[in-house]
Design a protein around this ligand. Structure first.
Ligand SMILES: C[C@H](CCC(=O)NCCS(=O)(=O)O)[C@H]1CC[C@H]2[C@@H]3CC[C@@H]4C[C@H](O)CC[C@]4(C)[C@H]3C[C@H](O)[C@]12C
Length: 322
């Protein structure tokens, strides 16, 4: 499972999975030539930065942001995502191509909103060993967020007024589910149990009782939404980035709490936070909580080959007395 959020001008996600594909922070320069399965070739386009599994020089992005700040993340959507074979006369885009297709051609969510209804997502695999993954996408810029889902009844483009997305069920149900929690609060609430019984508060934070604490997709949605929407951070770059990771931290998965089988557990492999204004991609991994950063504009972007940075994932302790 995964969780994706926007916060101020930042966009990022937790990638929750039992193993890493050796993904890397990956910069696609402006002249990498994209040969899309529908025949379109784009050999100059805005540069992009994000997390990708790089296969033969092609970036299979999980999440990415382009030079204009347009950002997209793919999240698991099992049993709901429906891709079908390419059809003549439609804008066929293989599911693995959606991120580069949009980031190479558009600058804002407003533009993307107009094209998504026309796109036909196909089930073409990148390679036989990499069949298409059942995904849905959160797409954002500095002004707004949307969610794109293709299910058995077609394309859905939802406004995402809270800037949060997780996995199943479909986005309309995730949003509606929030109504169950309409009375939880970050304030110190008065005793309302019954007029004839006044109950003292044992601690702070009690008005949040009722918020889910488990790691299911719909629970993470509620908890991430609550944490983000009540978030208060000093309005300075470094504090906002730090706060961003705390919001994602509220729904991160410690190894052991969600077992997939034998020795397999779902964990938060990495958490990312991309500055949509500057193109700086911040991340930390499961075993290294130092925030590392890669700057899109520190590279020569007028080139043709992927630029990739391996994730730092070794535990490191910074001793203060030796
Ligand atoms: C699994 C991940 C979602 C995390 C998640 O939600 N895990 C819940 C598991 S569980 O459902 O709870 O058991 C998703 C998110 C993005 C995906 C990659 C996108 C590019 C590429 C597309 C190709 O077509 C197939 C290979 C490819 C590398 C994809 C592999 C994998 O699919 C990725 C990592």
């Amino acid at each position: 499972m995964c969780t994706c959020i926007t916060y101020h001008h930042y966009f990022g996600r937790n990638l929750d999975l039992d193993h890493s594909y050796q993904e890397e922070v990956t910069i696609t320069p402006r002249h990498l030539s994209f040969h899309f399965r529908n025949g379109t070739v784009l050999d100059h386009h805005p540069a992009m930065i994000g997390m990708a599994y790089n296969c033969d020089g092609y970036p299979l992005y999980y999440d990415a942001t382009n030079e204009y700040g347009l950002s997209i993340a793919g999240l698991n959507f099992p049993n709901n995502a429906v891709y079908t074979p390419a059809e003549e006369g439609r804008i066929n885009v293989a599911a693995f191509e959606l991120i580069p297709w949009l980031l190479a051609q558009y600058q804002s969510v407003a533009e993307v909103k107009n094209v998504l209804p026309q796109i036909h997502l196909t089930n073409e695999a990148f390679a036989p060993a990499l069949p298409s993954a059942p995904l849905h996408w959160m797409i954002a810029d500095q002004n707004e967020s949307i969610v794109f889902e293709v299910t058995k009844d077609g394309n859905h483009v939802y406004d995402d007024p809270i800037g949060v997305m997780t996995n199943n069920p479909t986005f309309d149900i995730q949003l509606w589910n929030l109504t169950k929690y309409r009375s939880v609060s970050s304030e110190q609430a008065p005793s309302t149990f019954a007029t004839q019984l006044q109950l003292d508060a044992d601690s702070l934070g009690m008005s949040g009782i009722g918020l889910p604490g488990d790691w299911s997709s719909s629970s993470r949605f509620v908890k991430a939404a609550f944490t983000k929407l009540n978030s208060a951070a000093p309005d300075q770059e470094n504090h906002l980035v730090s706060q961003f990771f705390h919001i994602l931290g509220a729904v991160e998965q410690p190894r052991g709490c969600s077992r997939l089988g034998d020795d397999k557990y779902e964990i938060t492999i990495y958490s990312s936070c991309c500055d949509m204004e500057t193109g700086i991609y911040y991340y930390h991994t499961y075993d290294n909580s130092t925030i590392h950063a890669v700057d899109l504009h520190a590279e020569d972007l007028n080139t043709e080959k992927l630029i990739a940075y391996r994730l730092v994932d070794e535990p490191v302790f910074d001793f203060q007395n030796r």
